[in-house]
Design a protein around this ligand. Structure first.
Ligand code: OOG
Ligand code: MG
Length: 258
């Protein structure tokens, strides 16, 4: 099987917002390594069209998510300039079945890489921490996939928005920060930073180590979405989403009509 052709196919569904069948239905022999290659090739296509790589996202970092997807390892995906929302308004055009997740984002000031990266290295390389909302949208029918499929589809990356305020890494215990997700005033999910591998810093450690195996690193200025703190919440046209992060403030997202 030709990974370039598969990347072409996945990338075209990412652009069109048309759902597709899981790759593993046709190609059960695809490996996780092949899937990361497909992911990288899709992103290369976006870069060739003028997009920019601005960071990384970790996914499936909580036990709850791993159980709901039926996997037992975290994954990473690539963030592009075109995915970052500047205004808290989500236009549903081009989405299939979007969901939102509350996340803690690290913004890096120094390069971070290597197989032996520790939490100390992460703190030294971190400029600030910013509350975030990620919008995921699997390109697969029914949001159903295997680990290989979701890696190939860039870990369901679609959009994200960062809060306006960055925080010093030392103002909060990031594992104890509580978060609640409201949809139209009703609480849908709540959780704490510890849901992310025990502490969100561990997600950045794991990302740096996984990237080292692939010959890449996290560059200065990049953002790292450390993974959903709660299960993702479905969003529909007209919804008002509010994500309350304890004393760190509230992020809002209005979902526009199609
Ligand atoms: C995979 C992406 C998961 C997260 O934060 O866990 C993710 C999915 O559930 O579609 O972004
Ligand atoms: Mg996420």
């Amino acid at each position: 099987m030709n990974l370039h052709a598969l990347a072409e196919e996945v990338a075209s569904h990412q652009r069109s917002g048309q759902e597709m069948e899981k790759l593993t239905v046709r190609y059960p022999e695809l490996t996780v390594e092949d899937a990361y290659r497909i992911q990288a090739l899709c992103v290369e296509q976006a870069l060739a069209r003028g997009d920019r790589l601005t960071g990384w996202k970790m996914g499936l970092t909580s036990k709850a998510k791993q159980v709901s997807v039926g996997v037992d390892e975290a994954i990473y995906g690539r963030l592009l300039a075109s995915m970052e929302m500047e205004e808290p308004v989500l236009r549903l055009e081009g989405f299939i079945h979007p969901r939102v997740e509350p996340e803690i984002a690290f913004v890096m000031k120094r390069e971070l890489g290597g197989k032996h990266v520790t939490a100390r290295d992460v703190w030294l390389a971190t400029e600030c921490i910013v509350p975030a909302i990620e919008v995921i949208d699997s390109r697969y029918r029914n949001f159903s996939f295997t680990l290989v499929d979701v890696v190939a589809d860039n870990a369901s990356a679609a959009k994200f928005i960062l809060g306006d305020q960055g925080f010093s890494p030392y103002v909060a215990r990031w594992d104890e920060v509580g978060v609640a997700v409201f949809r139209n005033g009703e609480v849908m999910q709540c959780g704490a930073g510890a849901a992310v591998l025990g502490h969100p810093v561990r997600s950045v450690v794991q990302l740096a180590r996984m990237l080292a195996r692939a010959g890449a690193s996290i560059e200065p200025g990049m953002v790292v979405l450390t993974g959903g703190i709660t299960e993702a919440v479905h969003v529909y046209a007209g919804d008002e989403i509010e994500v309350r992060y304890d004393e760190l403030g509230t992020l809002r997202l209005s979902v526009g009509a199609e």
